[in-house]
Ligand binder design. Sequence first.
Ligand code: UDP
Length: 481
Amino acid sequence: MEETTIVMYPAPSIGHIISMVELAKLLIHHHQHFSITILLTTGFMDHPSIDSYINRVSSSHPSITFHRLPTVAVNHTTTQSIAATAFQFIKSNAVNIETKLRQIIQTSVIKAFIIDLFCTSAMETASAMQIPVYYFFTSGAAVLSLYSYFPKIHSLTKSSFKDMVGVEISAPGNMALNAALMPEPVLDRDDPAYWEMLYFCEHLSKAKGIVVNTFRELEVVAVKVVEDGACFPDVEGSSPPVYCIGPLIADAQQPDEARGIKDCLSWLDKQPSKSVVYLCFGSRGSFSMTQLKEIAEGLERSGHRFLWVVKRPVQEHLGTKKVYDTTGEFDLSSILPSGFIERTKERGLVVRSWAPQVEVLSRESIGGFVSHCGWNSVLEGVVAGVPMIAWPLYAEQHVNRNVMVEDMKVAVAVEQRAGDMFVSGEEVEKRVRELMDSEKGREIRERSLKFKDMARDALGEFGSSTKALANLVQTWNVISH
Ligand code: UDP
């Protein structure tokens, strides 16, 4: 009998790869009869610890196999956006994908080819081979609705969103969003990334199904919209089924950089219950030195305990062309206000570049999380039951901010200056105090704890996400070739 297999194709970013690996683990956990092959690109955004990470995963989960695609050269110029280069790179892998899929179908039946939104270029190849294509959407249902609706929004204007400051964009299940805060790759029509995104979003409705890293109870309104198809304006007949299978968050098997830096955990364990504000802005969240100084001043004046992950600062003269080189050595004391570390050493800890976030958030002493609203961070905060301060920076984080503050009500938002998104020290102090000291903060904390229970229940034996996963697998069991 031929083997049945699932093939997965994540986008070449460590966050997207980790999410896809977690989906693979969940599938294997509940439905052991599958083997899973995960295809990884080589040549762009390769994570330094990816090899040790995939070795660990394959040795603990023998049914998961990784296949590195041959190296593809990429030419990134500073005149091109990173997203445009990344999309071009993924497109250049189409031949490699076709070769690999052809090889797999020699010996196995591919029940599903699960791709990241950014890997849509592989859909045509797989469909031509009669392989059912599914999306794994690594953000939440609100963003899925916005992206599914994007072709419609696109058709309503000829301008770039970046030039439509103050114009409100509406999508089903979403609060109105200032056009200038739309996700980064769709801001500018002169950026080839815009047209790629349009192509990706147009293809969402063509998938056999969309698996989303969220859970029904978390995004009630947006989940309804994506399930009943209201966000697919041009689809005649039925829209693709949506499977909310989350929250999937990274486990301790993270890349090495997240494993080594454990000192902050023992420091956290010495702090009182729910007393520490944790500040971390994702894998790319760098600030200018001016902004770092304001955060430092705000934290100092708040009087609260804190654990702050600081990345290498961006160079301000680069203006709006943000450079996300968050690697490399730098000296913390030379970028923070003079004497800050010394003055706050009794109640604060500053960590350079990276902290083991999932473990940090699980510590009893954590009382709040200042987050850049990346979807993985949001889910990690929810799973830990930690109330948040929303400080969106890039990508689809402004949409996530709206969901966290207005829909889930698990966060307060910082007020950001229009244009450059600067946040003053007074504002940092005010929001930290609001979350940690006020009645509103107490209500948000209680709500966050309820979501923690709901997240656990969703993944429990009879939970909504477990059921959705079983429904998905059921469709594969009845698909025959
Ligand atoms: N992360 C971490 N330590 C850090 C920064 C980030 O462990 O110092 C992890 C975090 O737990 C999350 C991921 O990196 O799993 C970031 O993903 P997210 O979607 O929040 O943001 P992105 O980096 O994609 O903007």
